[in-house]
Write a protein that binds this ligand. Sequence first.
Ligand SMILES: [Zn+2]
Ligand SMILES: [Zn+2]
Length: 264
Amino acid sequence: MSGTILTNYHTHTPRCHHAEGSEEEYIQAALKHGYQILGFADHAPWPYATPRFVSHIRMLPEELPGYVHTLKELRAKYAGQIRLHIGLEAEYFPRYMNWLLEVKEELGIEYLILGNHYDRTDENGDYFGRSSTPDQLKRYAEMTVAGMESGAYRYLAHPDLFLNRYPAFDQAAEETCRILCQAAVKLDLPLEYNLIGPTLRGEGRLGYTTPEFWDIAAEYPVKAILGCDAHRPGGLLSAERMEAARAQLSARGITVLDSLPGLE
Ligand SMILES: [Zn+2]
Ligand SMILES: [Zn+2]
């Protein structure tokens, strides 16, 4: 074992309707495994312009204060045992970004991570995890880099989400990886090694997290960070499994961060 500390900044809560386990159960799981830092980054709500549009994969805007309040109480309760941080996993939806940055300030949300699931908005935009054509990859690269350049996010979650349903690692796929890695280096933005697994890799789809992406990332001086993307308390991996994931990256010569500056 190296002398690194155990952290995860990508933890969900049932407020997103596709995760299970109370906040406190995630904290208990993290304590059991010896995590020093646990960051919650549930799916951010958005103030949709489309009347009556409801996303079923995220909390409602009016639930956000309760999310923050619960985590602030737990942060005080577990002070001295584990350091809790309050964040959100958000897409880059340009028309709603001002709103998100305002409520982030107002409520004392400490950080955002970029989980670029949808093109422009999920009211009618494509889900990037179902990309199957080079054109869709181009859009993913454009919107992801725009989000990275916005300066709003602390890292890029599951950078290779676009490979999830993509049939083969072709030239367009490789080019997309390179665009993302170049932006990460230029902007000094870490890339997440997403540990949500088991990845749905198989017939006609590459899944994520992919060795292909990280083989290319290794050609660049990128920084990586492990992210459990926990949607249930058991999704917070043991110290041994985190170390094994870290070793995958280290073996490629990639620098792995333990913690995010200011969120130690
Ligand atoms: Zn999710
Ligand atoms: Zn997530």
